[in-house]
Ligand binder design. Structure first.
Ligand code: AHR
Length: 518
């Protein structure tokens, strides 16, 4: 650190100590506009689409003969909506489904594809009408990158190697001939590949030692093109798994480029979730509390990775995250269909702020899941579509994609509930290629507006400022079929700016993004 930066850091520290000693809770953020050096990978704004419930079937895919308007079988309304949030990457085909999926079932004429049982998700028939070509067509239509998870749990090394060859190779081989016979001349050149999913659980109940060896076998033979291969992480608090996989792959930098991390906010725990809509403040508070844990978890895994990968070569890939509530009453429990409220918007902003701030190590994140499953962007029913509060957070936060993260210091009051508390405000900031600074804020407190001062230091004086907000009349407000939207993006003006210092009145249970420009 040079002398100037040391001085700035010291001044910030002294200021915080002074305020703390005075016993005041001044809500204050300092955005260090001249200290940005890490890029917020656009892939942090990624998605996840599994063969689960109505994510693929009825969500993305209705088939070419459907009365629902579609492009080669993919819903036009979904394509249009997804383009609004600029999806950079979609992970497919699972999830747990990936470790039961045999990709050759999903190629060739649809009438000849076998039907199988989706053993993980409701035991329903999977007719394989959406397979490799359809998924890659979807990614081309959305101009986003595919991220494919290969089957380690019940598949073979040969099957995985052939899938990579089928998709990526330009050489003459049985797999490339098969691809051409199925209508695709040129390879797709897919870069991102996961080697198994949750290999500690539905992906084969492996030990970390066994999985690390399997990872090396698979990754050795998945080699058509320059691939970014992602190893399966353990359960979110399993640091021993991270240490073992890092240690056993350390001597093979060509094999491992990413390491996956999954985190779900269950409210209180797997057996004590909450209803997605019918919840009280206790449920709201607990969802905020368990989501704040992600910040610490990522730091813990990153610090283990730092030991084995001090040059920060391996990305931490948060390829499943989000709220997991009870399914909506009357729906198939295996389909994980849940509604989405202001609570989802606030926690989505909290997750994304955490990923933004930890973008040195976090190189991709994929919210679970895109349509009709868990914390979805979109809900569909026949020919109708709903954009959820979480959709609007992705739309609002897309300004951070590939922008430079601006480190910030935050001091703010807690949101207290009964005998517990969590920080009331979460924030992140970035500067985009045009020099615009964006500051995103979320107020966890459902009962109280928070007055906040924000100083943007180290930047030329901004001439223009604007704001946007997502909130709703109640903490469980949501958007529903056939009804006017209750939660979406509105203009936000409740702030003042003078000489790069802002004072903002951040409404309760809200997500706000401010834009400052010259
Ligand atoms: O997203 C739903 C499931 O959650 C995924 O299939 C699995 O990987 C995780 O446990």
């Amino acid at each position: 650190m040079n002398k100037f930066l040391q001085l700035v850091t010291l001044l910030c520290f002294v200021m915080f100590i002074t305020v703390a000693l005075a016993g005041e809770t001044t809500n204050r953020i300092i955005v260090n506009a001249d200290l940005g050096k890490e890029q917020i990978s656009k892939h942090i704004y990624g998605h996840f689409a599994e063969h689960l419930g109505n994510c693929i079937y009825g969500g993305f895919w209705v088939g070419e003969d459907s009365p629902i308007p579609n492009t080669r079988g993919i819903r036009n309304d979904v394509l249009e909506a997804m383009r609004e949030i600029k999806p950079p990457v979609i992970r497919w085909p699972g999830g747990c489904f990936a470790d039961t999926y045999h990709w050759k079932d999903g190629i060739g004429p649809r009438a000849n594809r076998p039907s199988i049982i989706n053993t993980n998700w409701g035991g329903v028939t999977e007719d394989n009408s959406f397979g490799t070509h359809e998924f890659l067509d979807l990614c081309e239509l959305l101009e986003c990158e595919p991220y494919i998870c290969v089957n380690v749990g019940s598949g073979t090394v040969q099957e995985a190697a052939e899938w990579v060859e089928y998709i990526n190779s330009d050489a003459v081989s049985p797999m490339t001939e098969l691809r051409k016979k199925n209508g695709r001349e040129k390879p797709w050149n897919v870069k991102y590949w996961a080697v198994g999913n949750e290999s500690w659980g539905c992906g084969g109940n492996m030990t970390p030692e066994y999985y690390a060896d399997q990872f090396k076998r698979y990754a050795t033979y998945m080699n058509a093109g320059r691939l970014y291969k992602v190893a399966s992480g353990g359960t979110d608090p399993d640091f021993a798994w991270t240490r073992t996989v890092m240690q056993k792959t350390q001597a093979y930098p060509n094999l491992i480029q990413g390491y996956s991390f999954h985190y779900y906010s269950f409210c209180r725990g797997w057996n004590d979730k909450s209803s997605a809509i019918q919840f009280n403040e206790n449920d709201w508070f607990n969802t905020m509390k368990v989501t704040w844990v992600v910040d610490e978890r990522l730091r813990q895994h990153s610090s283990i990775m730092d030991e084995f990968d001090p040059n920060n070569r391996i990305g931490l890939i948060a390829d499943e995250w989000g709220n997991w509530f009870w399914v909506e009453p009357g729906t198939n429990p295996g389909f994980l269909y849940q509604q989405n409220t202001v609570r989802d918007a606030v926690t989505a902003a909290l997750y994304l702020n955490i990923f933004n701030n930890q973008c040195r190590r976090v190189k991709m994140a994929n919210i679970a899941q895109t349509i009709n499953v868990l914390q979805a962007m979109l809900l569909t029913k026949d020919n109708q579509i709903v954009k959820t509060p979480t959709f609007y957070v992705f739309k609002m936060f897309k300004v951070h994609q590939d922008a430079t993260m601006l480190p910030l210091d935050i001091q703010c009051e807690d949101y207290k509930f009964e005998k517990e508390q969590v920080p009331a405000v979460s924030a992140s900031a970035s500067r985009d290629a045009q020099g615009k600074v964006h500051i995103s804020l979320a107020n966890m407190n459902p009962n109280k507006n928070i007055e906040l001062s924000i100083d943007v230091r180290g930047a030329a004086k901004f001439a223009k400022s604007a704001g946007e907000i997502i909130t709703g009349p109640a903490m469980n407000s949501y958007n529903d079929f056939g009804k006017p939207e209750q939660v979406n993006i509105q203009a936000f003006k409740d702030f003042k700016i003078k000489d790069n210092s802002l004072v903002i009145n951040l409404p309760s249970k809200s997500v706000v993004t401010l834009e400052l420009s010259n």
